[in-house]
Design a protein around this ligand. Structure first.
Ligand SMILES: Nc1ncnc2c1ncn2[C@@H]1O[C@H](COP(=O)(O)OP(=O)(O)O)[C@@H](O)[C@H]1O
Ligand code: SF4
Ligand SMILES: [Mg+2]
Length: 330
């Protein structure tokens, strides 16, 4: 199926995900819209528990259903509806046109297969005429590409013989093995040492440039966002609360939650590195507060905030804010 020029690469409309447990329903994702165009890097940011991972996992139906219950008006990749696809068709997309990188490569890698076999497996799965020897050679090539030294030897090693940074490189190798159109990277560097984080990010950036793949970069590190992203989607309590181009978002946030996230960044332009974290904690998603879910923590909250849920107001074609008072923040 060919997509018309106005079909985004990925279109998610009104995605909701609930988890049913014995005594509660957790509304992990509540009406999320997300579009990604070919080649763009979209950062998804927000505190822990805001629904970033669940959103990403929903795209290729990686959540166990049940306990998850996923619904959406649209869930389309390259114009193709993902919802009716068979498990087999979904497997053909994962690791093929959509590459995925997770926070903890140890859970994503198979501990009893060598790194080389796992990369070769990904290559083989997407070859029209499976050629094991070519796939093995490609595995060595890919591992070299992602900067693993001595790749020809190290392909024979097992995940536990790789350091965290090297494992994440192997994950990137798998994600780009089949020339993806979209890379979904969920906190790809969070589990790594700071020095290794920078290297892995640079590598991810290089991989993105070379494949031209659009990227959904999930992170809580706004420094990474400023450096890499074209566009930012801010999530809070399972919803998108603000979206804007990266420059606009940093220069003029239009949602108090985004303001709070930015205020908690270490500042380069002042003497202090004092952080102002947002007071309080994200809500319990089994019983979110009425009105604006951010109101218990929001310094600007007024009466209407405690009763009326703000919709995602369109400020301009590529800018949205879910705050009743977004105009005052201009
Ligand atoms: N398998 C699950 N069962 C129940 N609740 C879950 C499950 N997975 C995630 N959640 C809940 O969904 C919400 C969103 O989680 P998540 O998407 O992982 O957040 P983030 O990635 O933004 O930190 C959280 O409240 C989390 O506790
Ligand atoms: S709607 Fe009200 S509570 Fe919510 S972010 Fe805006 S000002 Fe704060
Ligand atoms: Mg997460």
């Amino acid at each position: 199926m060919t997509a018309s020029p106005h079909t985004p690469l990925l279109r998610i409309e009104n995605l909701s995900v609930d988890f049913r447990t014995d005594d509660a329903v957790v509304h992990a994702v509540d009406g999320v819209d997300l579009e990604v165009d070919a080649g763009e890097i979209v950062a998804v940011v927000g505190e822990s528990g805001s629904g970033k991972t669940v959103t990403a996992m929903s795209v290729l139906r990686l959540l166990r259903e049940p306990p998850a219950r996923v619904s959406a008006r649209t869930l389309a990749f390259r114009g193709q509806d993902l919802r009716g696809l068979s498990p087999r068709a979904l497997r053909a997309i994962r690791g093929g046109p959509v590459g995925m990188i997770f926070q903890d490569p140890m859970t994503a890698l198979n501990p009893v297969l060598s790194i080389g076999d796992q990369i070769a497996e990904t290559v083989l799965l997407h070859q029209r005429k499976p050629d094991r020897k070519a796939a093995r050679a490609r595995a060595v090539e890919l591992l070299g590409l992602v900067g693993v030294p001595d790749a020809a030897q190290r392909v024979k090693q097992y995940p536990h013989e790789f350091s965290g940074g090297m494992r994440q490189r192997a994950m990137i190798a798998m994600a780009i093995a089949n020339d993806p159109d979209l890379i979904i990277a969920d906190e790809p560097t969070t589990a790594l040492d700071v020095t290794i984080q920078a290297q892995v990010l640079q590598l991810l950036q290089k991989a993105q440039r070379e494949t031209g793949a659009a990227t959904i970069l999930i992170t809580h590190d706004l420094g990474i966002v400023a450096e890499l992203a074209d566009r930012v989607v801010v999530m809070y309590a399972g919803r998108v609360v603000e979206t804007a181009g990266v420059v606009e978002l940093f220069a003029k946030p239009r949602h108090p939650y985004t303001l709070g996230l930015l205020a908690s960044l270490p500042r380069m332009d002042t003497e202090t590195d004092r952080l102002d974290p947002i007071p309080g904690n994200p809500p319990n998603m089994a019983a979110p507060p009425p009105g604006c879910p951010f109101h218990p923590r929001c310094a600007l909250a007024r009466d209407v905030c405690r009763t009326d849920r703000p919709p995602l107001f369109e400020i301009s074609p590529d800018r949205r804010s879910a705050c009743h008072f977004h105009e005052e923040l201009a």
